[in-house]
Ligand binder design. Structure first.
Ligand code: MRU
Length: 366
């Protein structure tokens, strides 16, 4: 996608410097900075400190992390994967990518493993970009149908209003994004879309990242506080919700950024379609019950008690936003039960959030 008109991916291998390049997402939207990852430690820090984040992107970063570890001379593949896997617990893409890399490397002579890991990380990155682009195409058709239906009932309507939560845009993947990919494709196809962007406390991925992405692509959007969605839906101002997923069970339960469940409840109560966009790498075919089985990340209380932004001098700074000594809880994700999900948009097509439908998806070639 584009930054100031120039095409970027979120992660790449820099041949000249022989390092892995990333966009440091902790600095956005105020500063656009890239970082070089040169070691396993760098890769682990990038994921746990959320310089890179979003389920698909942390999977690809972990694959590059294996390469960096082998290049440094770490030989114990299981130990490398264990360290990377411990960085963030909820998004299953991390495990998916590490399993894929480990399986391939077990067949590879030790002296060739680093090069093979680098090549495979590149393949995973390309596959993710292609999957997200395909999600965009399938989602575009849903958006087109929603826009046609809206215009049929309200000919004076000037746009389709879509609500999204957190950042499931290209910054959360290698390119295109999951939930935002259909929006980008719709915009390029000339469908007038307007996006309600939940700010997504505590880390503000909506206000900081989604809004910035949409701005770069020239897409009309409005940032709202996390609690506004229900009110907007009650007043007919949301035509559909479109979010991403960090882990989806075989039964169609969806785990995504904390607060997603409340949006799904409000959507259900107001008859607003609630779509979830995800690559197949985000489906955990081993899990049945999202509420009981998906591990929910708890992050540092500082993310709740403090906020980052520009001060009056234009410097990036952190301020405390609550009284000292109050207890703080910081759950990163919640689970939306399948019954609240209208459909899952994947690179293989649009599927009902049900076991039989997801079983059919598993069988379908990409
Ligand atoms: O904590 P984050 O910023 O990694 O959470 C990201 C999300 O919740 C996204 O919605 C999810 O990873 C799907 S992204 C393609």
């Amino acid at each position: 996608m584009h930054i100031n008109g120039q095409a970027w991916r979120t992660i790449w291998f820099d041949e000249a410097d022989q390092c892995v390049g990333i966009i440091d997402q902790t600095r956005l939207p105020h500063h656009f900075e890239t970082r070089r990852l040169n070691s396993l430690d760098d890769a682990c820090t990038a994921i746990s400190a959320m310089q890179v984040r979003g389920a698909p992107l942390i999977g690809v970063t972990a694959a590059y992390g294996v390469y960096l570890a082998l290049r440094e001379g770490h030989a114990d593949l299981a130990a490398i994967c264990e360290r990377l896997l411990a960085t963030r617990p909820t998004a299953v893409n991390l495990r998916w990518a590490l399993e894929r890399v480990s399986r391939a490397l077990q067949q590879t002579p030790e002296s060739e493993r680093a090069d093979a890991a680098l090549a495979l990380a590149g393949v995973l990155a390309d596959e993710d970009a292609a999957a997200c682009s395909a999600i965009g195409e399938y989602g575009l058709e849903l958006i087109r149908a929603a826009w046609d239906a809206k215009r049929a009932v309200t000919p004076e309507a000037d746009c389709l209003d879509i609500l999204t939560h957190c950042n499931a845009g290209w910054l959360a993947t290698v390119d295109w994004g999951t939930a935002l990919a259909p929006i980008y494709k719709a915009h390029r196809a000339g469908i007038p879309v307007h996006v309600w962007v939940d700010e997504t406390r505590p880390r503000n991925q909506g206000a900081f990242l989604t809004a910035w992405e949409l701005q770069q692509e020239g897409i009309d959007h409005t940032i709202i506080v996390d609690n506004a969605g229900g009110h907007l839906m009650q007043h007919g101002q949301v035509d559909l919700c479109l979010v991403g997923s960090d882990r989806t069970t075989i039964t169609g339960d969806v785990c995504n950024k904390i607060g997603t469940y409340l949006k799904a409840l409000a959507a259900h109560d107001n008859g607003v379609p609630f779509y979830v966009a995800l690559p197949v790498s985000t489906i955990d075919f081993t899990l049945e019950d999202g509420l009981r089985e998906i591990p929910i990340e708890q992050r540092h209380p500082h993310e709740v008690s403090h906020m980052q932004g520009l001060n009056e001098q234009g410097q990036l700074t952190r301020i405390q936003v609550m009284a000292h000594h109050s207890a703080v809880n910081n759950y990163g994700f919640d689970v939306t039960p399948a019954r609240l999900v209208t459909a899952l948009i994947t690179e293989k097509g649009v599927f009902a959030a049900r076991r039989d439908s997801l079983a059919a998806l598993a069988e379908r070639p990409a």
